[in-house]
Design a protein around this ligand. Structure first.
Ligand SMILES: Cc1ncc(COP(=O)(O)O)c(C=O)c1O
Length: 425
């Protein structure tokens, strides 16, 4: 009776079991929650999981707080330069700008979406203090190469693993070779506990200072924690009723407008003026995280199977595959990107898919400082300084691959893509 819309970005990991676990957390378990040791147990579990039990870990309310604190531990001064990828997210830029450092955007390689190594080396100066490496969409960067360059130039390395939990390169989990790394389990990430950013400190020189820093963090208010938890329940029902008289869309609109749930990005983050970075991570969300970590193999297998189906079944002249998995890699297949022939074709394609009931992910399309409603100038990005990054942003499409997407839906998407004829080709 109702035609089902296939969505990409609203519901990456949300499902019935998260909804039930959340209900359990805010009802039956709530009175005892504060006494649990969920966060410290979770932190230990994660370090063991990444095979770095000797490292230190700090948990924050958001990922950007983890990056900001890594830069504070390094003691960045105004003259210090921090090299960041030209295709990135505004929260990265905001944390770097707020650390007082100077942000230098360096262009990427088209086939990996990592730094173009030659351009990176050109951008290194005597003032370079940090290279911030990003494992975009789960493709693990060859960190040995980066670490070699950093060592030669006496530079520290930070890994942005927001997309890459469970990706491996040369027998190393991402986030384990650099001096610092930050992971995220924000609600659209590899696994979700609605929010959470964690900083892993691998460089022993900073361990003591990091432990002192931990004591300065403040807990988020109860209201903020409840707004995060409620997201799982509201969004579950929104997904289930998305096409039933558009009820799901109404639930999403009301919960956003009435601030029942938290915003994806605050106004301050969008304009790179967020300055508060001192919030810790609450126990109730840590409890959910541990439940989700147990499912990471299932999520990864699902995403990898879907990626394989897209690889095998998309056959069109407008299409260019981005990632090829090397023998030395294991990709978590967090996102499935491909490139169209031009920006005009990209716009036309997004509209075409929408008209056929498929909402592709557009946050990283049309701008190299994502999401698309952000002004790159505010993030300290000078137009045309990273041409490959801009070109990729203008041609990229990210296809649905979350847990709700079925094989039949993937085949429907492939058929639609193969039938797509561009007026602008
Ligand atoms: C590359 C990258 N780094 C960091 C982040 C920040 O993660 P969070 O959403 O947890 O704040 C994002 C957000 O999407 C991102 O895309």
């Amino acid at each position: 009776m109702f035609t089902k819309t296939i969505t990409t970005d609203f519901f990456t990991t949300i499902d019935g079991s998260i909804c039930i676990n959340t209900l359990d957390t805010i009802t039956y378990r709530l009175p005892t929650l504060r006494k649990w040791a969920s966060i410290s147990e979770m932190e230990r579990e994660l370090l063991e999981y990444l095979w770095v039990p000797e490292s230190e870990i700090l948990s924050f309310y958001r990922w950007s707080e983890a990056l900001y604190h890594a830069l504070k531990l390094i003691d960045i001064k105004a003259k210090d330069e921090i090299i960041v990828q030209g295709y990135t997210c505004v929260v990265v830029s905001n944390a770097v700008l707020q650390s007082w450092g100077k942000i230098i955007y360096s262009d990427i390689d088209k086939n990996t979406l990592w730094f173009d190594i030659k351009k990176l080396e050109k951008n290194i100066t005597k003032k370079t203090k940090v290279i911030l490496v990003q494992h975009t969409f789960g493709k693990p960067v060859d960190m040995q190469q980066i670490m070699k360059i950093a060592k030669q130039n006496n530079i520290l390395v930070i890994e942005d693993c927001a997309h890459s939990l469970w990706s491996i390169s040369w027998d190393h989990h991402t986030g384990t070779l650099a001096d610092f790394s930050m992971f995220s389990s924000w609600r659209d990430k590899v696994i979700s506990s609605v929010t959470w950013g964690f900083l892993v400190i691998n460089n022993p020189e900073y361990l003591k200072k990091a432990r002192r820093m931990k004591e300065l963090l403040t807990m988020p208010s109860r209201t903020l924690t409840v707004r995060n938890l409620i997201y799982n329940i509201l969004w579950y029902f929104a997904y289930k009723t998305y096409d039933i008289f558009k009820l799901g869309r109404v639930i999403m609109l009301i919960s956003r407008r009435c601030k029942l749930i938290t915003d994806i990005l605050s106004k301050e983050e969008k304009t790179c003026s967020k300055t508060k970075f001192w919030t810790a991570y609450p126990n109730s969300l840590a409890y959910l995280w541990r439940k989700e970590l147990a499912k990471i193999d299932m999520y990864t297998t699902h995403r990898r199977n879907i990626a394989e189906l897209y690889d095998m079944n998309i056959k069109t002249k407008h299409w260019e595959k981005v990632f090829i998995e090397d023998n030395n890699e294991f990709m978590n297949a967090f996102r499935y990107p491909f490139l169209l022939t031009s920006h005009k074709v990209q716009k036309e394609f997004i509209k075409y898919m929408k008209n056929h009931g498929v909402l592709v992910w557009t946050s990283w399309s049309g701008t190299n400082i994502a999401p698309k409603w952000v002004k790159a100038k505010n993030a300290g990005y000078k137009k045309k300084s990273c041409l490959v990054s801009e070109d990729i942003a203008n041609r990229i499409i990210l296809l649905p691959n979350h847990m709700w997407v079925t094989i039949d839906e993937v085949m429907k998407i492939c058929k639609l893509i193969n039938k797509f004829e561009s007026k602008n080709a």
